[in-house]
Design a binder for this molecule. Structure first.
Ligand code: CA
Length: 268
């Protein structure tokens, strides 16, 4: 499997700081979006710490230099256990930092991470940053938001439309750094030729509908331009929060050589 990737982050129209962070690491085949929270720039510290800790862990563990962290889940691959191990380590690092420094007390971050291994993609997340799969002109949200409104929708207390106006829309029920351990949702999907994977923070999804995300990504053969287009739409729609998007376009090797003739930045 080959791929084209891009990632972009923008502070949006009304926020002073950008507390989001992301990683698009083609060598490790690792893609992460994090959305930090906490006063006095602590959110930026938490979201950056998460990305750096997970990337460092995945890098060293894929060379066989790191043990798995926490319980190994035999129903999933090594790659999937590697990504949850990295997230657990990031959770510990952020939690310990928040306990040791008053400025960082209460900081935390969401995480949405994808690790590609052959034609399988491991998907892990905590919080309300999302991962979508675009395949054959349809879009599927692969992650469930860990948020109060998402739980209310699931239990039938709220419709999706009512949730959009909810005062507690921003409150998440899981985050890295808020406790010594964290529950992580993990999944594995089989990737096929032409799939496009979107990782994003809620600054995109509260401003741009799934259908617009689908149409914007589907019409652009260049992920870099699609990222910029999505951020532009989010800002035109209000840009009330930081906006981060990472895109991974996947191709079978044969299809890929035809597609990339006019594009740069591809990776084996
Ligand atoms: Ca946010």
């Amino acid at each position: 499997m080959k791929f084209l990737t891009a990632g972009k982050s923008d502070k949006g129209v009304s926020r002073q700081n950008n507390e989001d962070n992301f990683c698009v690491d083609e060598n490790l085949r690792l893609f992460i979006v994090t959305d930090g929270m906490g006063g006095a720039a602590a959110g930026e510290v938490a979201s950056r710490m998460a990305v750096e800790t997970i990337r460092d862990y995945v890098k060293h563990s894929s060379m066989g230099n790191e043990p798995f962290i926490g319980d190994y889940d035999k129903t999933f691959s090594d790659a999937s256990n590697r990504i949850t191990s990295g997230i657990r380590l990031a959770n510990q690092a952020i939690y310990e930092a928040s306990q040791s420094n008053v400025k960082w007390r209460g900081m935390g971050t969401t995480v949405a991470a994808a690790l590609l291994d052959g034609s399988k993609m491991s998907i892990a997340h905590a919080g309300d940053s999302r991962i979508y799969l675009i395949r054959a002109s349809s879009i599927v949200q692969l992650t469930d938001d860990h948020s109060i409104v998402s739980e209310q929708i699931k239990s039938g207390l709220l419709t999706k439309e009512e949730a959009e106006g909810s005062e507690v829309r921003n409150i998440i029920t899981r985050a890295l750094g808020s406790a010594p351990s964290v529950d992580i949702d993990l999944d594995e999907i089989d990737i096929t030729d032409g799939d496009r994977v979107v990782l994003c923070s809620d600054g995109l999804t509260t401003m741009v509908s799934d259908n617009v995300i689908l149409s914007t990504v589907a019409v652009s053969d260049e992920p870099d331009r699609a990222c910029s287009a999505l951020i532009d739409i989010a800002n035109k729609n209000g840009g009330k929060d930081n906006i981060t998007v990472a895109l991974v376009y996947l191709f079978e090797d044969k299809t890929f050589s035809k597609k990339i003739k006019n594009l740069s930045g591809w990776h084996n």
